[in-house]
Design a protein around this ligand. Structure first.
Ligand code: ADP
Ligand code: MG
Length: 400
């Protein structure tokens, strides 16, 4: 069986990972209580001239559901493979429970990895796929039986235990892979694009199931995905990677509402960016003179921006449209950013409608509105003159 399993790198690694001892939680040491479960310190991995992972610095706490998000080729899988022990960092350290695991072999780490292609054994039944690692670890038969039953229950595969992988749907195969990777109760489960092969509806329901499983087991999950909605749905915190570097680590809301850089703002969700210069600052209110949208007022509670070249960022759903503009009194008249334009594009998407409003400068302002009524009483037509407005609080200032 060993030769058969060594067909591909992934399978050989899988075998190593599955052959491990059952993970035994280490007794908590008082001195290390402040340590996160996992600490990644300045980890670098080079392939030839490419720095696939470039100085990652990250703490992950026990019980967290963490997502690594980034475009294809940014180093997500490489970072995960270093955590699992299938790649060795060129620089930096990985600490698990405060202990450097550089010298710990993959199968000796209380870490398991669920691969992108599931790597199920085609000739084994669901039950035997799940039991595989437990048998290799020498678990007594009765315990294996009980554990497999528990896993089958957990991932809702009851009644399908005798089927082979090719007699299962994509979603069911994904569950078998999940059950197999959880069977040995690792402290840390790494999931590399676990839902990429599923269609949208199934992916969404499986995301919810994955969260339920993670909560029920109280385990630490790190999921890799290039799908930002998926990351936002499942994760407590998200680390966004760009060309090997972790650009920002934040909660989904913070990432979306307070992006740390222009790159993040544009990568996560849709956004309007207006480039300009700092004109004046009054307490926490900045006035930015933008090229395409005139002077914009921005509330900036964060540290004052050092540079004068900045961009004002505003999410499309924060932009309101009206025929005449917001009702304002003398006191707050100056507090609202107000831009006139003409509707140049309308995209009806069911729950929302997106508009592109052509401003006097010729620049487009994107706006998305929830369709809160069935009849289109609030809809705007092509060529219609509109007033777009948004508050200083809804804007973010980003350095160029
Ligand atoms: P992601 O999972 O984010 O798509 P990867 O971690 O797979 O990205 O890859 C990051 C970079 O490292 C890419 O440029 C990729 O081509 C390169 N890379 C990954 N694995 C290897 C390898 N074994 N040998 C050479 N280059 C690699
Ligand atoms: Mg990958």
């Amino acid at each position: 069986m060993a030769e058969e399993l060594a067909e591909t790198d992934d399978k050989a690694e899988e075998q190593g990972a599955l052959a491990a001892e059952p993970a035994r939680p280490e007794p908590p040491l008082p001195a290390l209580l402040a340590m996160p479960l996992l600490r990644i310190e300045g980890v670098v991995k080079k392939f030839g001239g490419v720095r696939a992972v470039d100085g990652a610095l990250l703490d992950i706490n026990a019980g967290e559901f963490f997502a690594l998000l980034g475009p294809s080729g940014c180093g997500k899988t490489t970072l995960l493979r270093m955590l699992a022990g299938f790649e060795t960092p060129d620089e930096g350290r990985i600490l698990l429970n405060g202990r450097d695991i550089a010298q710990v072999l993959p199968h000796e780490r209380p870490v398991n990895m669920m691969f992108q292609n599931y790597a199920l054994f085609p000739h084994l039944s669901v039950r035997d796929n799940i039991a595989f690692g437990l048998k290799r670890a020498g678990m007594p038969r009765a315990e294996i039986k009980a554990r497999v039953a528990e896993m089958v229950e957990l991932v809702k595969l009851k009644g399908l235990e005798k089927r082979k992988p090719d007699q299962l749907s994509g979603g069911q195969r994904q569950r078998v892979a999940l059950a197999r990777s959880l069977a040995r109760r690792p402290q840390l489960l790494l999931l590399d694009e676990p839902l990429a092969a599923l269609d949208k509806k199934l992916r969404e329901s499986t995301q919810v199931e994955l969260m339920e499983v993670q909560r029920r087991l109280g385990m630490t999950f790190i999921i890799v995905t290039h799908d930002q909605e998926e990351a936002m749905t499942v994760a407590d915190r998200i680390g966004v990677m760009n060309a090997g570097r972790l650009e920002q680590v934040a909660s989904p809301r913070e990432l979306y509402e307070a992006p740390g850089s222009r790159w993040i703002a544009e990568f996560v969700g849709d956004i309007n960016l207006f480039e300009g210069n700092m004109q004046s600052r009054e307490l926490n209110r900045l006035t930015i003179a933008t090229r395409d949208a005139g002077a914009l007022a921005v509330a900036e509670p964060r540290n004052p921006v050092g540079k004068t070249d900045v961009a004002v960022a505003i999410r499309p759903e924060k932009v309101k449209l009206s025929r005449r503009g917001p009702v304002v009194d003398a006191i707050n008249a100056h507090a609202v950013n107000r831009l006139e334009g003409v509707v140049a594009d309308v995209g009806y998407l069911g729950g929302t409608t997106t508009y592109k409003v052509k401003l006097a400068s010729g620049a487009m302002l994107r706006c998305s509105m929830a369709n809160t009524t069935r009849l289109d009483v609030d809809a705007y037509g092509l060529g219609q003159h509109v007033v777009a407005w948004f508050t200083p609080d809804d804007c973010v200032v980003l350095e160029q």
